[in-house]
Design a protein around this ligand. Structure first.
Ligand SMILES: Nc1nc2c(ncn2[C@@H]2O[C@H](COP(=O)(O)OP(=O)(O)O)[C@@H](O)[C@H]2O)c(=O)[nH]1
Ligand SMILES: [Mg+2]
Length: 267
C-alpha cells in the first residue's frame, strides 16, 4: 500500500484565485444530490443538518430508514438523503443494507456524491473492511463519487487533518486512496452562514466535473429499488403513513443502546 504524501493531501500548492473562480463558475450545478453513508453514530444526520442549514434529520441511535430532505441554499437546490448506517462491530442486517441501497432511488437519476462520514479518532482495519463491504453494494464506481467527510473535528484541536490521516496509518489511507484523496473536514458545531458548506459544495462540484457527471446506479440496484418501492417512504404520497414510518424509524429498539445493537438479529 502506498504511503501518504502530505503534498498530495493538501492540494493547494498551486492555488490561483482567478483560475479557481473561473473553475467554480464553470462547475456550478443548480442541483446537488447527496447521500450520507457511514456506520451508525459518527454524525451523518448532524452533517446533513449542517449542509442543509437547519435541523431536518433527527439524531437517533436506532434509525432504520433512509430519509430525504432538501433545501435551497447557496444558489442551489440541495437534496440530502440520510441513511441508517451499518453496524461497525457485527454484520449489518439485510434490511439495513437494503435501506442504504434504497437511498439511490430517493435522489433520481442518481446522487452527485456519496459523503462517507468518518469521525476524527481511532480508525481501525475493521472500520476499513466495513466501509469496503458496505460500499461494494453500490458497485466499484461508487468510489469515484465518494468524498470522505470528517466529523468531530474539534478533537483535532490544532492538529492538521493531514497529520491525523498519517497517524491513523494504512487503513484510513486506503479509504482516502479509493476516494482519490477527496475529503472535507466539517464542523458540526457551526450552523448557519459559514464558509465550510460553500467550500464543500465547491469540492463536490469539482468532483462531479472531474468524473464527468453524477453517479449512475447499476441495473442490479435499480432492481432492489423496484422490489422495495412498494415499501418506500414516498415523501409526497401519504403524509400520515410517511409520518408513522418515520416515527417508527425514530423509535429506539427495546434496550437499544449503542452496545446493545449487537442483540438485533438479522431478519
Ligand atoms: N462534538 C460533536 N458531536 C457530533 C458531531 N457530529 C455528530 N455529533 C454528535 O454525535 C451523535 C450522533 O450524531 P448523528 O448525526 O445522529 O449520527 P448518525 O447516526 O451517523 O446519524 C449526536 O449526539 C451528535 O450531536 C461533531 O462533529 N462533533
Ligand atoms: Mg442518523
Amino acid at each position: 500500500m502506498e504511503s501518504y504524501k502530505l503534498t498530495e493531501l493538501s492540494g493547494n500548492e498551486n492555488f490561483n484565485p482567478e483560475e479557481e473562480k473561473k473553475l467554480a463558475a464553470s462547475n456550478h450545478l443548480s442541483e446537488l444530490r447527496l447521500i450520507l453513508l457511514g456506520w451508525r453514530w459518527p454524525g451523518k444526520s448532524l452533517t446533513g443538518n449542517t449542509i442543509l442549514g437547519r435541523e431536518e434529520f433527527r439524531l437517533e441511535r436506532a434509525a432504520e430508514f433512509s430519509v430525504k430532505r432538501d433545501a435551497e441554499r447557496h444558489g442551489r437546490k440541495l437534496t440530502v438523503v440520510d441513511t441508517p448506517g451499518w453496524f461497525s462491530a457485527q454484520t449489518t442486517p439485510t434490511a439495513y443494507q437494503q435501506e442504504m441501497a434504497r437511498s439511490l432511488g430517493m435522489c433520481p437519476p442518481g446522487p452527485h456524491a456519496f459523503l462517507l462520514v468518518v469521525p476524527v479518532g481511532m480508525f481501525t482495519e475493521m472500520d476499513r473492511a466495513r466501509i469496503e463491504e458496505n460500499l461494494v453494494v453500490f458497485g466499484e464506481a461508487v468510489w469515484r463519487h465518494t468524498m470522505v467527510v470528517f466529523t468531530w473535528a474539534e478533537v483535532l484541536k490544532n492538529m492538521p487533518i493531514e497529520r491525523h490521516i498519517r497517524r491513523q496509518g494504512n487503513a484510513l489511507q486506503w479509504v482516502l486512496d479509493k476516494c482519490k484523496k477527496r475529503y472535507h473536514v466539517i464542523n458540526n458545531d457551526t450552523f448557519g452562514e459559514h464558509t465550510q458548506v460553500p467550500q464543500l459544495i465547491k469540492k463536490l462540484e469539482e468532483m462531479v466535473a472531474e468524473e464527468g457527471g453524477h453517479f449512475i446506479p447499476m441495473k442490479e440496484e435499480a432492481k432492489v429499488q423496484n422490489q422495495d418501492s412498494a415499501e418506500a417512504i414516498d415523501e409526497n404520497s401519504n403524509p400520515k403513513e410517511v409520518k408513522e414510518k418515520r416515527e417508527l424509524g425514530a423509535r429506539p429498539k427495546e434496550n437499544c443502546s449503542f452496545s446493545s445493537l449487537q442483540t438485533v438479529e438479522s431478519p
